[in-house]
Design a protein. Structure first.
Length: 193
């Protein structure tokens, strides 16, 4: 009986240690309590990036593209320290950003990115670099994006605005959908061979 209690206490202590250890590495914003870093997007076509967290600091960049994704890396009062896709860092007033998620297609080796009907599926379109698209959901390696006249899956390797290991907006039935896609791939391989 005493050994059972010691074993249970050891297991509980181990679980608590792991839980506390994992939370130490998860940084939260001092103002909002939200996870840092995190992606957001610009609310308007006229956003100033400043050297410091006040209107008294000089403007270093003027963004003119609504919905451009940026990454919040720190918080101070009503100011958010951000980093953009070109590694520019500065401060933006919180009223100029929104939580809606967008991505930016980026140039890696070529200028055209393929969009598929499902991960590794049939090609449904192409898109060039430096386009801003709605981020609908992301799996480990693929994201479902949409724009005015196209939607589909694109590899995370070709976009900026989502963390490499981030899974975003995944539905509870996505694992079933993934199994279906694998089944379809195998059937297609059997038909081809």
């Amino acid at each position: 009986m005493v050994n059972n209690i010691k074993t249970h206490i050891t297991i509980i202590n181990l679980i608590l240690f792991l839980f506390i250890s994992l939370n130490i590495y998860a940084k939260a914003g001092s103002v909002t309590g939200f996870k840092l870093p995190r992606f957001v997007s610009l609310k308007s076509n006229d956003v100033n990036l400043r050297i410091g967290p006040s209107v008294n600091y000089p403007i270093i960049i003027k963004y003119v593209q609504k919905n451009l994704p940026v990454e919040i890396i720190d918080e101070y009062d009503v100011w958010r320290k951000i980093q953009d896709h070109e590694n520019n860092i500065g401060w933006i007033h919180k009223s100029l950003i929104k939580g809606d998620r967008f991505i930016l297609t980026i140039n890696k080796n070529d200028n055209v990115k393929n969009i598929y009907n499902r991960p590794n599926g049939k090609l449904v379109g192409i898109i060039k670099s430096n386009n801003i698209l709605n981020l609908e959901k992301c799996l480990m390696d693929w994201c479902y994006i949409s724009h005015i006249d196209i939607s589909g899956w694109i590899s995370k390797d070709f976009i900026w605005g989502i963390h490499e290991d981030e899974i975003y907006n995944q539905s509870f039935y996505q694992p079933i959908t993934n199994l279906y896609w694998k089944f379809v791939e195998r059937v297609n391989l059997l038909i081809v061979n």
